[in-house]
Design a protein around this ligand. Structure first.
Ligand code: CU
Length: 496
């Protein structure tokens, strides 16, 4: 998020009017890292007025600041490897932008002239595509056709004028890099807010990863996934959306991955007001509570938060409501483990070491279904003993993650019931980690809530004024200690 003022100066010095379809080598760039944030101009004044659209919050993801260069809004994105904690204790190696995956959110207004300096700090070439933008072909970021890929250490400066409005995004146009996390939201605001004006506006990017417990690198070639994230976090590490009772809320859902996600909201009907193509005519707004967000699509939903309470917002694919699913089934739910038959690596095609495209791992990875594979742990499939299943010593893996280790309630004859267990040991009290994921936005949730939140799950918390104020107060206090990611200097969100 630093502004790298040194080389911005370089760029700007010779720039004047920038027709900057040029890749710079590392040597041409002054890599001195100025750390002062770019001055936010324009946005604060705009935010003061109710005549302006509400700024979009992206919980758990920062906002990308900009500087004005005469009439051009200048942004700076750095494609780079990142270490990201997607879940308490689970730090993984992703590729993203400016320190996170998804990368920081860009917000502009229709009509803006925008310059985006993209530096490639990856060990291989990349490209930056502006998804759905109607801009000159040379700015499209299609590697090999509209431009040369940006080499490692290189830079490409994009510049264009935006005449669209809606929920857009930027992403690497190298397919495997997309699966390492390389996407970010790009919100184009209208000059005047839509009517009725949204009081709260949020964006959530959905991603999925395949990562074995003993490795930190996602397998980008995999076709099944065990970590599902909203804005780079798996539940219960996701940050709830906080709204006041009675407010009009917009949620922008963005999907770029291998799966489609039916996103469901509890307690409210909403209307779909926008797609990746921008605002939809009001005549198309039929009520619903689940919206399918397909790959490469975005969907805006709007509703009046007229029903107080803590409402789940989640992908409704059952396996997308779980964390590290396959690997936890064994150790957690079966005292004597899962049956041998197919080891998880082969079943899910995950990496032990190296890269998915290496000679050893490459061609058949994720597709091999051979017999005679080993178990993930040496274990047999003996029946569960309902009364003694969840001994703490049976779950060494879980203890360090700060779980509360409660005991699930099961009936005495549970094992005589065909199909048991299903969720008994997959979610519930023993998965709770309220304290570990404690943050202002979780304040006042029902104790033990976190044991039932996983994967692509979060809350829309529709709060009465006093409770809302309490959380905003806590948030302010916390901001004093460590900067909240959604805020930046000069871009305060209104919490009045
Ligand atoms: Cu899903």
């Amino acid at each position: 998020m630093s502004s790298r003022r040194g080389f911005l100066r370089n760029i700007l010095a010779g720039a004047g009017v920038v027709a900057t379809a040029k890749v710079l080598s590392a040597q041409e760039m002054d890599m001195s890292h100025g750390t002062q944030g770019m001055k936010m101009k324009g946005m604060k004044e705009a935010e003061r007025s109710h005549l302006s659209p509400t700024l979009v919050e992206t919980p758990d993801v920062s906002q990308l600041p900009w500087r004005m260069d005469r009439n051009v809004k200048e942004f700076h994105l750095i494609a780079e490897p990142v270490k990201q904690e997607i879940f308490p204790g689970r730090v993984v190696d992703l590729w993203g932008y400016n320190g996170s995956a998804p990368g920081p959110t860009i917000q502009v207004t229709r009509g803006d002239r925008v310059r985006i300096i993209v530096d490639n700090h990856l060990p291989e070439a990349t490209s930056m595509h502006w998804h759905g933008f109607e801009i000159p072909n040379a700015m499209d970021g299609a590697p090999g056709s509209s431009q040369d890929p940006i080499p490692p250490g290189g830079r490409f400066v994009y510049e264009f004028t935006l005449h669209q409005e809606g929920t857009y995004f930027y992403h690497s146009h190298m397919a495997m890099q997309e699966m390492m996390g390389m996407i970010g939201a790009f919100i184009m605001h209208p000059k005047e807010p839509y009517k009725p004006r949204a009081d709260k506006d949020f964006a959530i990017i959905m991603q999925e990863y395949a990562i074995l417990p003993n490795i930190e690198v996602p397998n980008s070639m995999n076709m099944e996934f065990n970590w599902l994230t909203f804005n780079g976090k798996a539940g219960p590490a996701t940050t709830p959306l906080i709204v006041r009772h009675g407010e009009r809320v917009r949620i922008r859902l963005i999907n770029l991955g291998m799966d489609h996600h039916p996103i469901h909201l509890h307690g409210h009907q909403f209307v779909v007001t926008g797609t990746e193509g921008g605002r939809q005519p009001e005549s198309t707004w039929g009520p619903g509570n689940t919206v399918l967000v397909g790959v490469a699509q975005s969907r805006d939903v709007e509703f009046v938060a007229n029903n107080p309470g803590d409402w789940m917002l989640h992908c409704h694919l059952p396996h997308h409501m779980m964390n590290q699913m396959s690997s936890m089934v064994g150790p957690l739910s079966r005292r004597n483990g899962m049956p041998a038959g197919l080891d998880m690596e082969r079943g899910m095609g995950m990496l032990r070491q190296g890269s998915a495209t290496s000679e050893e791992n490459g061609p058949s990875l994720g597709r091999g279904m051979g017999v005679g594979s080993t178990a993930e742990q040496a274990m047999s499939n003996s029946p569960l003993k309902a009364e003694s299943t969840m001994q703490h010593q049976d779950m060494p893996d879980m203890q360090h993650q700060g779980m509360q280790l409660g005991k699930p309630e099961v009936s005495k004859d549970a094992n005589s019931v065909p199909g048991f267990p299903q969720d008994a040991f997959m979610e519930g009290p023993m998965m709770a980690m309220d304290e570990t994921v404690d943050k202002p936005e979780n304040f006042g949730l029902r104790p033990g809530w976190s044991g039932f939140m996983a994967g692509m799950m979060t809350f829309v918390r529709v709060l009465p004024q006093d409770k809302y104020d309490q959380i905003m107060e806590l948030r302010k206090k916390q901001e004093g200690k460590e900067p909240m990611k959604m805020n930046m200097p000069g871009m305060e969100h209104k919490h009045e």
